[in-house]
Each structure stands twice: as structure tokens, then as C-alpha cells.
Design a binder for this molecule. Structure first.
Ligand code: FAD
Length: 609
């Protein structure tokens, strides 16, 4: 077993059997599993332990426990996930996810997670868009916090070495194999080499490539870019989920999520003319079920029950596009969004204000504190926000190993499970199911392989390049970052067109050159400017990957909407886009068939249509 840490002149070297990069739900679950397999584990994270993005998750984690509706089963969850992903999903991943999620939730409970309960004491489950039955295990609107707390409490007793505030800059290779990572610590700016037999990436998403996002500062696409640079395939990069409701005012909080729960509790969307515009564009699929009475929404049947659902709860991509249309056509709110009104329910309920505060405590405080808005009395201003990336590292469904030996990926930085769009709640269960698998198989790989050799030339080259911004004079990194975010937001956002995206590609190429020349001042200790300069190459890589894949897919499907190619095209229905680095260092997008659907899974889908 490798465990020692030794100091060299310029960097410290840490030896672990398995290195996990990222300490959100996926990373923590992977580290726990690897450690249980009796190998030494190092866990590296960019922020403090417990601060990962997972902590922000609100609605819950999807698992077919069947506690609220006993008709639920793994097969129904599987079929819902495939439908949500427009059948672009890796079916084996969707199968494993649906089958294993209930055990992962029960395991979390056994480790101390205190879920909301049904009257008879079982884990309570709530409804969410695209899930046929109530399926989301939750803890009020703070599920991610409970998940992280539980995994962390469990994990710290497993002997995992945690390296906090430590940012990985590159993966180290011995031949074709990944054998560690090179990083710097934020506190002192010292360099660190992590030498490992297997590496798990669990770095989350890429939201900070866009100007408006619900994502935290850490989401600069590092894991995606690290894997790509190491030779791994990325897939589905064109599929970015834009959540319809983020805050729009004041500017400092633009993008912060306004949970779907507000609409679930009766919140209605209106334009500046007080018109409930979501009734203007109900997809054909639902038209024959539409009721004229606006208060009722449209009727639909769920199993043998009839239910009512307001148009505000149509799919996230559809609602987001309707909001964009209202704003573009001059019917938006004062600050470029639309109005979300939950206060109206006071007309129906005598205790309306108290009801809102009880059902949506975090939202009440969020708007009160950040925007001085009392949501029990006034409408909120909301607009779409970049929320989640379905694309990421292509992995083997069972083991989570990427196309590069020794490199595994799990959580939001991996791809396959969600296809063209993710159902709410499927991310948290994804982290547990595939975090566990990545940890297990990384540990197995570590046991079966030697440590490999660190190439000191590679290490010294990366260290030298990382320090170059201190030696330059000229433009700082923030303007480049801001312009990139603006380019992605305006040209590769919710509504896409070929000419705009080609303009974005040109811009990204110019911005990449500027990024290579940015200068920073000060020293290496907690230097935010330097950290931003080091994030830039990763942001450039993921932005280029998204743009190239989005240009290539000439249809509209799931979260990818092309104004110049409206509607789905059958010719694209079975094509995955793979992004990889080729010999001359350029980025290539390759079309590959979606893996064939085994007959027994096809039958399940057919039975659940
Ligand atoms: P994260 O939790 O983000 O962890 C990433 C880790 O990687 C961090 O520790 C970070 O420090 C580290 N890291 C990143 N780069 C580096 C680097 N270069 N070096 C070292 N470490 C690095 N999903 C649901 O299923 N249900 C919900 O209710 C839900 N609600 C949400 C609400 C909000 C506001 C948001 C933004 C998302 C929500 N999601 C929800 C999505 C879900 O929370 C995320 O997809 C999920 O938490 C991602 O987990 P992860 O483990 O992959 O990454």
C-alpha cells in the first residue's frame, strides 16, 4: 500500500493507491467505496470539504422506493429516464441507475441521513417533472446538504486523506495510462504531485463557461478538460440544461436558482402585460388534454388517475424557451426576465402567506435577503440560468473507466446516463450509484496494477507554465473570462444558430490566445487572479467542445435547440457526438452510433410508453 508523502525542492509528492479528484456527492461516495476495498485513498478538492456544489441541491434524489405509490418500480424509473433523455442515453447506465438507486438511498439512511417521512414512517417521496410516480427522497428543500453531511461524517472515519483547497491542473501519465495528478494548493500556492495507481474524476460541471448560471465558482469544467487533455473521449457536450427560473435582479445574484418547487406549489409565470404566456405554446403532445380554464391547467392521465398540471410545469427546456421568446419580443419584466407569482394563492388560502413560508422556506429567505422581495406579497423576477451539463467523460457503464486506462469518472463530469436531457432528481442518485461503482472499480484497478512512473519533465513543464503569468505584463484574466462567458451565453445559449455558433468558435480561438498571454500580479498565496488565469484553459476547452458539438448536431433535441433546424430529425436519433483531441492537438467531433438497446430493455420502454 502506498501512503507516504515526501518533500522535493519544488513540490510535495503524495502517494495513494486511488486518487479521487472532487469531494461532492460523487467523489465522496467513490472515496468511501475505494477505502472500503482496503486501498489507500486521497481525496482532493478545490474548496473546503463540505462546500462542494452538491450541497446546493434542493429537490431530492430519485429512486423507485415505491413508498408513496407502490406501482413504482426500477423498470418505470428506467423508462422515464430514457424518455427524458430522448433515448440518447446509455441504456446500460440507465438500467444500473434505476436498479441500484433504491439501495443507495437506503444505505445513505443507514449512515445517518434523516429524510422527510411518510405518516407511517417510511422515506417520503415527492413528485418531479418527468417522473411518473412520486420518486424523490428529500429533506425539505435542503437534500444536498443532508447528503454531503452524511457522506462526510461516514467518510472521515474511513482513513481517507483529504487535501482541501487544492486544485488539480493536469493529469500525469505513464505511457497510455493515467498515474496521478499535478496540483497547487490555494493557501500557499505550493505545487503538489499526487502519484496514484488509479484516478477518479468527480469535478462536477461547466456552468461557469456561461454568464448566467446557477453553478458555483468551482464549475469551470476542470474534470472534462483534464480528461480530454489526457486523451479521453467526451460525449454529448451539446446538451446543456438551462433551468427556466433563476434570479435576474439584482445583478450580483443573477442566475441563482429559483427551485421548480415554486411552480410545483402553484407559482404562475406572467409577462409584463400580466398575461400567463405559458398557455400560448403547449406542445402538440398535450394539446388534446388541454383545458380552456386557465385556473385548472390541462388535464392528463397518470396511470388510471386523472390529474391536472399547469403549463408552468412543462419540461425545463420548453419553459426556458418560452421565457426567452417573451423577453426577445419585448414582453419581459423590468430587468430582462418574466414574473413568477406565488403570492396569488393568498386569494385561495386564508393562511396563504404562512403556507408559502412553510412550503418554500429557502426561497422566502433567498428573495427577502438578496432582492428585498417578499414572495408572499410580490412577484419574483426570473429568467433562464445555465444549470447542468449532460455531456462529459465517456465511461464504461459498469466500471466507470474512461477510454484512458486508470482514469475513471463519476457524477456530473461523466456522461451517458442522462442522454439529451436530465430529469430533476436523477443527478443525486447518479452520484451515489456511479460514485460507488467508480470507487469499487478504481480500487480493483489499483490492486491489479503497479504505480507507474512519474515523468519529471512533464511535472516541471506544467509547473513552469503555471508560473508564467507572474512573469508577464499586460491584460489580466478576468476580462478574458468575462468575454468568454458572454460569448457562450449570447451565441451558444438556449436558442442556437449555425452562424452565431461559428462566430463563437472564432471568438473562442482569439480568447484562447489572449488566455495564453494573461498576466497576474502579487504572490502565490490565495491569489484569485492567478487561480482564474489557471482556470481559463479548462474553460476554453469545454466551451470549444460544447460549440463544436452544437454546430454538428443539426436538429433540435432535448436540451439542444436549433432555430435553424427546428424539430427532431430521425437521422440524428441514433447518433452520439464524441469529442476528442487528435494528433496535431486540435479538437475533433466524431459521429458514433448510440449503443444498441437490448431487447429486454426495449420491451420495458414499450410497456411504459
Ligand atoms: P460537485 O458536488 O460539484 O463536486 C465537485 C467537486 O470537485 C468539488 O469538491 C470541487 O471542489 C472539486 N473540483 C472541481 N475542480 C477541481 C479541480 N481542478 N481540482 C480539485 N478539485 C476540483 N440534482 C438533483 O438530482 N436533485 C436536486 O434537487 C438538485 N438541485 C440542484 C440545485 C442547484 C442550485 C444546483 C446548482 C444543482 C442541483 N442539482 C440537483 C444538480 C446536482 O446538485 C449536481 O449535478 C451534483 O451535485 C454534482 O455533484 P458532483 O459530485 O458531480 O460535483
Amino acid at each position: 500500500m502506498l501512503t507516504a508523502a515526501k518533500q522535493t525542492m519544488d513540490y510535495q509528492t503524495h502517494e495513494h493507491d486511488v486518487l479521487v479528484i472532487g469531494a461532492g456527492g460523487a467523489g465522496l461516495r467513490a472515496a468511501i467505496e475505494a477505502s472500503a476495498a482496503d486501498v489507500s485513498v486521497g481525496l482532493v478538492c478545490k474548496s473546503l470539504l463540505g462546500k462542494a456544489h452538491t450541497v446546493m441541491a434542493e429537490g431530492g434524489m430519485a429512486a423507485s422506493l415505491g413508498n408513496v405509490d407502490d406501482r413504482d418500480a426500477w423498470s418505470v424509473h428506467f423508462a422515464d429516464t430514457m424518455r427524458g433523455g430522448q433515448y440518447m442515453n446509455n441504456a446500460r447506465m440507465a438500467e444500473l441507475h434505476a436498479k441500484e438507486a433504491p439501495d443507495r438511498v437506503r444505505e445513505l439512511e443507514a449512515w445517518g441521513a434523516v429524510f422527510d417521512r411518510t405518516p407511517d414512517g417510511r422515506i417520503l417521496q415527492r413528485n418531479f417533472g418527468g417522473h411518473k410516480y412520486p420518486r424523490l427522497a428529500h429533506v425539505g428543500d435542503r437534500t444536498g446538504l443532508e447528503m454531503i453531511r452524511t457522506l462526510q461524517d461516514h467518510g472521515i472515519h474511513q482513513g481517507i486523506d483529504v487535501h482541501m483547497e487544492c486544485t488539480v491542473l493536469t493529469l500525469l501519465k505513464d505511457g497510455e495510462r493515467v498515474i496521478g495528478a499535478f496540483a497547487y494548493d490555494r493557501e500557499r500556492g505550493r505545487f503538489q504531485v499526487f502519484h496514484a495507481r488509479a484516478v477518479v474524476l468527480a469535478t462536477g460541471g461547466i456552468g461557469k463557461a456561461f454568464r448566467i448560471t446557477s453553478n458555483s465558482w468551482e464549475y469551470t469544467g476542470d474534470g472534462h478538460a483534464l480528461a480530454y487533455d489526457a486523451g479521453a473521449d467526451l460525449i454529448d457536450m451539446e446538451f446543456i440544461q438551462f433551468h427556466p427560473t433563476g434570479m435576474v435582479w439584482p445583478p450580483s445574484v443573477r442566475g441563482i436558482l429559483v427551485t421548480e418547487g415554486v411552480r410545483g406549489e402553484g407559482g404562475v409565470l406572467k409577462n409584463k402585460d400580466d398575461h400567463r404566456f405559458m398557455f400560448d405554446d403547449i406542445p402538440d403532445l398535450y394539446k388534446n388534454q388541454t383545458a380552456d380554464n386557465e385556473d385548472e391547467g390541462w388535464r392528463y392521465t397518470q396511470g388510471d388517475k386523472e390529474a391536472r398540471r399547469p403549463p408552468e410545469l412543462l419540461t425545463r427546456d420548453h419553459v426556458a424557451r418560452c421565457i426567452v421568446r417573451e423577453v426577445r419580443e419585448g414582453r419581459g419584466s423590468e430587468h430582462g426576465g418574466v414574473y413568477l407569482d406565488i403570492a396569488w394563492i393568498k386569494e385561495r388560502l386564508s393562511n396563504g402567506a404562512e403556507h408559502i413560508k412553510k412550503k418554500l422556506p429557502s426561497m422566502y429567505h433567498q428573495f427577502k435577503q438578496l432582492a428585498s422581495i417578499d414572495i408572499t406579497a410580490e412577484a419574483m423576477e426570473v429568467g433562464p440560468t445555465t444549470h447542468y451539463v449532460m455531456g462529459g467523460v465517456r465511461v464504461d457503464a459498469d466500471t466507470q473507466m474512461s477510454s484512458v486506462p486508470g482514469l475513471f469518472a463519476a457524477g456530473e463530469c461523466a456522461a451517458g446516463l442522462h442522454g439529451a436531457n436530465r430529469l430533476g432528481g436523477n443527478s443525486l442518485s447518479d452520484l451515489l450509484v456511479f460514485g460507488r461503482r467508480a470507487g469499487e472499480y478504481a480500487a480493483t484497478f489499483a490492486k491489479e496494477h503497479d504505480a507507474g512512473a512519474v515523468n519529471t519533465d512533464q511535472v516541471e513543464g506544467v509547473a513552469r507554465r503555471a508560473l508564467e503569468p507572474f512573469a508577464r505584463e499586460g491584460e489580466g484574466p478576468y476580462k478574458v473570462q468575462q468575454e468568454l462567458q458572454g460569448t457562450m451565453q449570447d451565441l451558444v445559449g438556449i436558442v442556437r444558430q449555425d452562424d452565431e455558433m461559428r462566430r463563437a468558435l472564432d471568438e473562442i480561438a482569439k480568447l484562447r490566445e489572449r488566455a495564453d498571454r494573461v498576466a497576474v500580479i502579487g504572490n502565490r498565496e490565495y491569489n484569485a487572479g492567478w487561480h482564474t488565469a489557471l482556470d481559463l484553459p479548462h474553460l476554453m476547452t469545454v466551451s470549444e467542445a460544447v460549440t463544436r458539438a452544437a454546430i454538428e448536431r443539426q436538429e433540435s433535441r432535448g436540451a439542444h435547440f436549433r432555430e435553424d433546424h427546428l424539430g427532431k430529425d430521425e437521422a440524428w436519433a441514433k447518433i452520439n457526438l464524441v469529442v476528442r483531441k487528435v494528433g496535431d492537438g486540435s479538437m475533433q467531433v466524431v459521429r458514433e452510433p448510440v449503443p444498441a438497446l437490448p431487447a429486454e430493455l426495449a420491451k420495458i420502454i414499450e410497456e411504459n410508453r
